[in-house]
Design a protein around this ligand. Structure first.
Ligand code: SF4
Length: 331
């Protein structure tokens, strides 16, 4: 296990207050915070997961999912372990909720070199919650930036404003999970709060970070049309060009209600498409999916997708080739 002194905390005698996420854990000597990734040793807070990598792979950018950031490219993706949320339906629980999962140390330079030799467009910090890996994500990102690589964060957005502002200095794009639009559900089910996640979305966008939003539509948790419409309206209030991914849930971890009803997913896709320019369904068979990017102005297919097979068609300098509409796509 690799320890490095953590950033964003306050010393309080032998105790510390971690200020990385809104939990603001008060941690006594010898104990760890809720995420299990930050430990107090004699009044000093350490990251206990610095450089500890549990998973790495070259993934399609579309798998993050990011549909309007270098569409059709591949990105070197890494993850560690732990999470500051407790979603019972977690689709990645074996690394996010299992502290004993095996990891191995990789120096930031090693990760950057691996990404470069794989021909990747950048590095994605993903698979588990990367904001709790703050110190390592920062070191890797800065080293990656020096080599001209992009940095991508796939996050639950439950992070405090000060570390977020620092992250958006070197993170180029984020996919943020907005898990529902009900604070009671966030509190009861995810053991977090809705407000800070909304704040992260507004702030990251205001800081100029490219954004996409994902909502895993979970049977019996957030499959409520009125609530999802409110959620879409919130995204539109930030920017209606932000892509919204509606992802199908499958039973996992501690939650075994049936997988999301496909026709309900299609209904939300239809309703959301009246509110936002780009709504997609994911985690479904290609024949059931709505994965193409269509020009909101002239309805030309800009990017077609069949599973992870992506074809960029009518795109030029971020605009629709047919009508010239500015699409908000980075490529
Ligand atoms: S990052 Fe971890 S230790 Fe810090 S406040 Fe959040 S849950 Fe607690």
């Amino acid at each position: 296990m690799s320890f490095i002194e953590a950033q964003h905390y306050l010393k309080k005698g032998d105790s510390v207050e971690c200020q990385l996420c809104p939990h603001r854990c008060h941690i006594r000597d010898g104990k760890s915070g809720i995420c299990g990734a930050r430990e107090n040793k004699k009044g000093v807070l350490y990251s206990s997961i610095y450089g500890e990598v549990t998973s790495m792979a070259m993934d399609p950018m579309e798998k993050k999912p990011l549909y309007h950031f270098f569409p059709g490219s591949q990105i070197f993706s890494i993850g560690t372990k732990g999470c500051n949320l407790r979603c019972p339906f977690c689709q990645n629980w074996s690394i996010s909720q299992e502290p004993s999962v095996r990891s191995s140390y990789r120096a930031p330079e090693e990760i950057v070199n691996m990404a470069l030799s794989a021909g990747s467009v950048g590095i994605a910090y993903t698979y588990n919650e990367p904001t709790i890996w703050f110190e390592y994500v920062k070191d890797c990102s800065l080293a990656a930036k020096e080599k001209g690589l992009k940095n991508v964060l796939v996050s639950n957005g439950f992070v405090n404003p000060a570390p977020l502002d620092e992250l958006t200095g070197f993170i180029d794009a984020m996919n943020i999970d907005l898990k529902c639009y009900n604070d009671e559900t966030y509190k009861k089910v995810m053991k977090a709060d809705l407000g800070p996640v909304k704040e992260t979305i507004k702030r990251a966008h205001g800081n100029g970070c490219f954004l996409e939003i994902t909502t895993l539509v979970v049977t019996g948790i957030n499959d409520n049309m009125d609530e999802l419409i409110e959620l879409a309206e919130f995204i539109a209030s930030v920017d209606r060009k932000i892509p919204w991914h509606l992802s199908r849930y499958y039973p996992s971890y501690k939650y075994n209600k049936p997988a999301t009803d496909i026709s309900f997913l299609t209904d939300i896709w239809e309703a959301g498409s009246q509110i936002l320019d780009y709504v997609f369904t994911g985690n479904v068979h290609p024949s059931d999916s709505h994965g193409d990017t269509i020009c909101p102005e002239c309805h030309t297919v800009i990017i077609s997708r069949n599973g992870y097979h992506t074809v960029v068609k009518d795109l030029e300098h971020g605009r629709c080739k047919s009508c010239g509409h500015e699409l908000g796509i980075i490529h």
